[in-house]
Design a protein around this ligand. Structure first.
Ligand code: PFF
Length: 453
């Protein structure tokens, strides 16, 4: 029997939109704007872009090289290229990280759906205290957030089960433009508000006096999370690239799209918040407590406009979360499909059920279920911490060492340059980055976040 050919993305645009879809997610919207405002505005943006270009790009290209060369799921890719040495553990670690992130990411994505619904039915209005109570009551409810998370995983399943071209690529080609349109509409509405210029200058005013080591390390950590590096997603998607895909160029395009979305998110949030005199924070409280209040006040002169902007905002968040979740789901689906030698549909069902169970536990851990807490910390926060602060840097670090020091230089060169036809002039620079600069910087972030340096 002939071996069936491995799935591939159908076009360059599909590759860019799907991979950028993985990168553009909740991370761009709930953390980047806040970090920018707090850490020197344009000065932070500049540092962030340097981190993306000089550290994020080499790491992303390294994952591209592994995935495309091995043309297999992340675990098998590392196994193939490591020749059975302990390096293969890095691949399994990637699959595990991708899987665990899905647990808590689904919960927050489900919240976005609830807020979309609440915007439609007009529940999101009241005084500032109302929004806090609304969120806290909802978040700790034993049923509602679980149902929304399950609805989200069902939608993700629907896309992933249809395969690489008919599901992931097709969905990305529809969802990413929709996301951009929503983003632009909200940015324009926000920047036209009276007093919006204070928010714009808070975001862009370069204040180099705020820049110190902490800011550099913060920018670096954010760039890795935002680019979905170190979690198997990029490697899995690269296994569907064609031999002629220009990987360094694609990485730069994806990095540019991701950074533009992050900056636009700042232009969506700060002008509106400043126009009503609210200081935005980060994380879930920004998205689900501060912003509904800001939208209501800022656009509240005509309530219908407030509702529409709020609906557009939560639709945007849901789209951003969906494209990231598709890539996370795909890591495990591709793994099971190939390792259990089963059909994509069956593999996707197993992943969906497992993710649904994990999300249910994560969500319940925020309520009154003490048994779902460790050391008084809810499972939700443990998953977040363990994946973002430990597995991500470890995965990124080991990937750099694997490509920089273990893989044959010729293999890396052939993949980077498409067999000597592209970008050979910058190959030396890339190798220097993955061998020395990236590993050292990742170790620094790692030690810094534990207060060791
Ligand atoms: N990059 C996504 C964000 O910024 O929200 C999060 C993410 C998606 C991280 C996929 C890791 C991943 F594999």
């Amino acid at each position: 029997m002939m071996k069936s050919e491995r799935a591939k993305f159908g076009s360059k645009l599909g590759i860019i939109l799907a991979t950028a879809g993985s990168a553009v997610g909740l991370g761009n919207i709930w953390r980047f704007p806040y970090m920018t405002g707090e850490n020197g505005g344009a000065a932070f943006i500049l540092i962030y872009i340097i981190c993306v270009l000089f550290l994020g790009m080499p790491c992303m290209i390294s994952e591209f090289i592994i995935g495309r060369n091995a043309a297999a799921n992340t675990a098998r890719s590392y196994r193939k290229l490591s020749g059975g040495t302990p390096w293969m553990v890095v691949g399994y670690l990637g699959v595990l990280t991708g899987f665990l992130i899905t647990g808590y990411y689904l919960v927050v994505s489900g919240w976005c759906l609830e807020y979309m619904y609440a915007s439609i039915v007009g529940h999101l209005h009241g005084d500032p205290g109302f929004f806090k109570t609304y969120f806290e009551t909802f978040e700790t409810d034993p049923l509602k957030p679980v149902l929304w998370a399950l609805a989200f995983v069902a939608v993700t399943h629907f896309v992933v089960a249809r395969g690489v071209r008919g599901g992931i690529e097709k969905a990305s080609k529809m969802l990413m433009p929709a996301l951009f349109i929503l983003l632009l509409v909200i940015v324009v509405s926000s920047c036209l508000l009276p007093g919006a210029s204070a928010g714009i200058s808070f975001l862009f005013n370069p204040d180099f006096s705020r820049v110190d080591g902490d800011v550099f390390l913060g920018a670096l950590g954010q760039s890795f999370y935002s680019l979905s590096i170190g979690m198997g997603c990029i490697c899995t998607y690269a296994s569907y690239f064609g031999r002629d895909t220009d990987m360094p160029k694609s990485a730069v395009q994806i990095g540019v799209i991701d950074s533009i979305v992050a900056v636009l998110a700042g232009l969506m949030i700060f002008p509106a918040a400043f126009s009503v005199g609210v200081n935005p924070d980060s994380g879930p409280s920004l998205l689900f407590i501060t912003l509904p209040n800001v939208f209501q006040q800022a656009f509240g002169g005509i309530p219908a406009v407030g509702y529409v902007v709020s609906l557009a905002f939560y639709a945007l968040l849901s789209l951003a979360a969906l494209t990231s979740l598709i890539s996370l789901h795909e890591v495990s689906t591709a793994f099971l499909e190939e390792e259990l030698k089963t059909t994509r549909r069956r593999a996707a069902i197993i992943v969906t059920v497992a993710c649904g169970i994990m999300a249910t536990f994560c969500s319940l851990s925020l309520g009154k279920y003490d048994c779902l807490q460790l050391f008084g910390t809810p499972l939700f926060s443990i998953f977040d911490f363990f994946t973002g602060q430990i597995l991500l840097p470890v995965g990124g670090f080991l990937t750099c060492l694997f490509v920089g020091w273990y893989l044959p230089r010729k293999l890396v060169y052939d993949e980077f340059t498409n067999r000597g036809t592209l970008h050979s002039a910058v190959f030396g620079f890339y190798m220097f980055s993955v061998r020395y600069v990236c590993p050292v910087c990742i170790i620094l972030i790692f030690l810094h976040q534990f207060g060791i340096i």
